[in-house]
Design a protein around this ligand. Structure first.
Ligand SMILES: *[C@@H]1O[C@H](CO)[C@@H](O)[C@H](O)[C@H]1NC(C)=O
Ligand SMILES: *[C@@H]1O[C@H](CO)[C@@H](O)[C@H](O)[C@H]1NC(C)=O
Ligand SMILES: *[C@@H]1O[C@H](CO)[C@@H](O)[C@H](O)[C@H]1NC(C)=O
Ligand SMILES: *[C@@H]1O[C@H](CO)[C@@H](O)[C@H](O)[C@H]1NC(C)=O
Ligand SMILES: *[C@@H]1O[C@H](CO)[C@@H](O)[C@H](O)[C@H]1NC(C)=O
Length: 507
């Protein structure tokens, strides 16, 4: 009898687990958007064609990874956009998130518009709309025009605010009749950390002993660049709101990368260190955007190295968003290292006073995959809800990396996507104002951290074939079935091939 009760209990537990994972898109609010993402330099190719000039992304890619395949060709979406939009339509995407290459639209970053660049983005946007796919446009995805770095060091000089604003003005004016979702900046928090503190991101600036770069200052530059990014963002949003929004009825926001930071053990010190990490990595931008100033702990630990908001700047930045885009990939374990706070010199990382279970992604083996810990996404969304007044959110990127391979049977990616979308659903059900989700990436693209060796795509791209042939992976088929309304567990039936059998205990 006891044994039967026990079995019954286990059976209900199992039912519960399966029910929690057996959802379909109708479980989301009716206007919830599902899409996929890429960015300009990572897919377009044609890097030096039709008037485009290099960006810091080009420069960095050439320095760090010479040889074939050529990042300047990437997926050649510049020439294959019609084929790609066709694939998006077949997949059933509601939306495509892509970025505009500033130096394709305005070579050298300022001055006259490049008519061929203008024509390309008009063609791409029109092609998407013709297929019923909503464009979500990022205005700056790392690829600052190299010319503005050569001229005046771009985001280390206030002149960037005027040039960025002039560039986005062209985008709003030329494309805003058809584009309703604008993101000013992609991951500025990681851009400044990687690009100005440890130097493993473009523009590759840092100082010893924090990294090995030919130029830079890890103690101050991350804070200066972040401040100017916030001001450039604020200026762009002000322009949109004053000049375009009433007529174009669109939305403008900023994107950030967030891990879920989790204390390595539940000691008081580690818990406080975890809060500090959230304040430094997320609060650095979210606090000014929501409350008009940097978090207190940042001002305390960084002291005179962090710029002070004037009242005018604070008002420009505070409230300057309709939505926040979040890129989420994994959990990061956090350990207190506040003793380091008494050391000099200190960089951004040392100012946090933590040790992370963190590795420089560019140094990781190409076999690296994110551990599948989907609850981290729900926790991040809860964090934004509680700490930043439940902003409207789009998950702009989420996906699983793996060694680039012709084996399109990416079962592990299906599991990652299914469990993360399930985690997102839990957060939405508990009140998170998330309105959309985009898989990174629509197709295999050139990755900053891994080049072409490790990719995230729903479509495999054969970078060695002159044709750059696209091939759907199992994850594409799963996502497509999901988008068409199937229950997520039905993917078991989609492919009964030997290595596609789902291990029920992992669902
Ligand atoms: C910088 O390079 C030197 C010599 O190659 C090396 O010993 C040191 O560990 C490097 N420092 C960092 C922070 O990468
Ligand atoms: C649900 O939201 C409430 C209110 O924000 C919060 O207190 C609670 O912890 C959330 N539940 C979960 C499972 O995160
Ligand atoms: C070239 O690409 C197209 C479209 O993806 C495909 O149909 C065709 O078979 C490819 N040709 C070769 C030689 O790979
Ligand atoms: C799909 O899931 C819903 C509950 O979300 C359930 O009512 C329905 O029967 C399921 N359909 C199939 C084919 O499993
Ligand atoms: C199924 O997954 C569980 C837990 O992940 C694992 O212990 C078990 O060996 C797997 N079974 C098969 C047949 O792969």
């Amino acid at each position: 009898m006891q044994r039967r009760l026990m079995l019954l209990f286990l059976w209900f537990r199992l039912l519960n687990l399966i029910a929690a994972k057996n959802y379909n898109r109708n479980d989301f609010p009716p206007d919830f958007v599902f899409g996929a993402s890429t960015s300009a330099y990572q897919v377009e190719g044609a890097a030096l064609q039709d008037g485009r000039t290099p960006s810091i992304y080009d420069t960095f890619a050439h320095q760090s990874r010479k040889g074939t395949p050529d990042p300047d060709v990437a997926c050649d979406q510049y020439h294959k956009y019609k084929e790609d939009v066709q694939l998006m339509a077949e997949t059933g995407l509601d939306a495509y998130r892509f970025s505009i290459s500033w130096s394709r639209l305005i070579p050298n970053g300022r001055g006259p518009i490049n008519p061929k660049g203008l024509r390309y983005y008009n063609n791409l946007i029109n092609e998407l709309i013709r297929h019923g796919i909503e464009p979500h446009v990022t205005l700056l995805h790392i690829d600052v025009p190299q010319a503005l770095v050569d001229d005046y060091e771009s985001f280390l000089n206030r002149r960037i605010i005027e040039d960025f604003t002039a560039y986005v003005d062209v985008c709003f004016r030329e494309f805003g009749d058809r584009v309703r979702y604008w993101t000013t900046l992609n991951e500025p928090n990681i851009f400044v950390f990687g690009g100005y503190d440890i130097g493993n991101y473009p523009p590759g600036r840092c100082s010893s002993p924090f990294g090995n770069c030919s130029r830079g200052n890890s103690e101050t530059e991350p804070y200066i660049a972040a401040h100017l990014l916030l001001l450039a963002h604020g200026s762009a949003v002000k322009l949109y709101k004053e000049k375009y929004q009433a007529k174009q009825l669109g939305f403008v926001g900023m994107n950030l990368l967030s891990y879920h930071f989790s204390p390595i053990t539940n000691t008081r010190e580690n818990i406080i260190a975890t809060r500090r990490t959230y304040d430094f990595l997320i609060g650095w931008f979210m606090h000014p955007l929501t409350y008009g100033d940097y978090p207190e702990i940042m001002k305390k630990n960084v002291g005179s190295r962090i710029p002070v908001f004037t009242e005018k700047e604070s008002n420009l930045v505070k409230g300057s968003f309709d939505f926040i885009g979040i890129n989420y990939y994994s959990i990061m374990e956090t350990k207190d290292y506040s003793t380091g706070l008494s050391k000099y010199p200190r960089d951004f990382f040392a100012d946090i006073g933590v040790k992370w279970t963190y590795s420089d992604p560019s140094a990781l083996p190409e076999e690296f995959m994110f551990p599948n810990e989907p609850w981290g996404l729900e926790r991040v969304l809860e964090y934004f809800k509680d700490v930043y007044q439940n902003p409207l959110i789009f998950i702009h990127e989420n996906g699983q990396v793996a060694k680039h391979s012709t084996a399109t049977n990416d079962q592990f990616r299906v599991e990652y996507l299914q469990s993360h979308i399930g985690s997102l659903l839990s957060a939405v059900r508990n009140g998170s104002d998330t309105r959309g989700y985009f898989v990174w990436s629509f197709m295999d693209v050139y990755e900053l951290s891994y080049g072409f060796k490790s990719t995230f795509g729903l479509y495999y791209v054969d970078f060695n074939s002159p044709n750059l042939t696209r091939q759907p992976k199992l994850s594409q088929r799963w996502y497509s079935e999901f988008l068409k309304g199937k229950n997520t567990t039905t993917y078991v039936d989609m492919n009964k091939g030997e290595d596609a059998i789902i291990n029920r205990s992992s669902i």
